[in-house]
Write a new protein. Sequence first.
Length: 348
Amino acid sequence: MRYIFAYITGDGMLIGDGVTETTSSQFFSVFTSSPWQPIVFFLIFIAATIAVVVGGVRKGIERMSKILMPLLAIIAVFLMIYVLCQDGAGAGVADLFIPDFSEFTFGTLLAALGQLFYSMSLAMGIMITYGSYMKKSAKISGAARQISVCDTLFAIVAATIIIPSIYAYSPDPVAATATSGPSLMFVQLPLVFNALPGGRVIGALFFILVLFAAITSSVSLVETIVAVLRENLHLKRWVACLIVFGVSVLLGSLSSLGFGPLSFIHIGEGKSAKSILDMFDWLSNSVLMPIVAIGTCLIAGFFTDSKAITDEIDIKSKGMRTYFLIMIRFIAPVCMAAILFSGIFMQL
């Protein structure tokens, strides 16, 4: 939201002849460390999320998704093609796609599996909640394949935008690619937009669509909790939304101010010390989600009618039914346990 405002108003740190990686990085740092900017934009964001959820899934999020998500995909593909045409981008493509097995470790694999949770929205209740709105005629197995393929393709496109752009525009690409997290998008992509004809408009539109993608994730999380509150406490939708809004503001404000007024707060000591946001991120991605995933697999595999499940997800052949049951009863829980223990012990 802050970047949309910057592109609309024409902030000189992101737009113009004097824009460099240093000015782009400074813009990002000034925002995250501000005592008031993060909280203002966060409140606008969470209010927009609640407003969509109050309208319901079909009237709110579904109508917008059908238009805006394809637009985001089109812009992403356009940016990928543009970046790949720049000098130096080839080295970035090589860095991205040519494996260096000397850097590969078991920890790398577990970290990738852990990231998969967040990317695919697994073990959060999102898929169950959205699945409850699906038509009976829809095939769950087909939808699962489409989601997996689209998520992977979009991740490849995003990586092919960011990594080659670092090699094309960064004075020290090796050091830049060693970083991770939001700075890859919020520091590097503005350099691409600034070099594009009409980049200010493209940058504004890109971040508007990214904002919408973020809201769809936020809405799905809120909808899950609202659905549980309505079902168990028999609350009206707007009352459940108000409760979730209050809790979200309380917890989200801590994260929003964690790089500014609350930056002195760190949980843990030494190398494992974490900011408030990092702590929430680690607790959810590395601890809670694997625990929920293990529980889901065990309940579905051992305490639920297996035929009812395989019928529901339209698995007809006996071989595939056996494969599914082996995966959900034994292989998946072991993998989830490995992610859980690695996520915990790597912080010790």
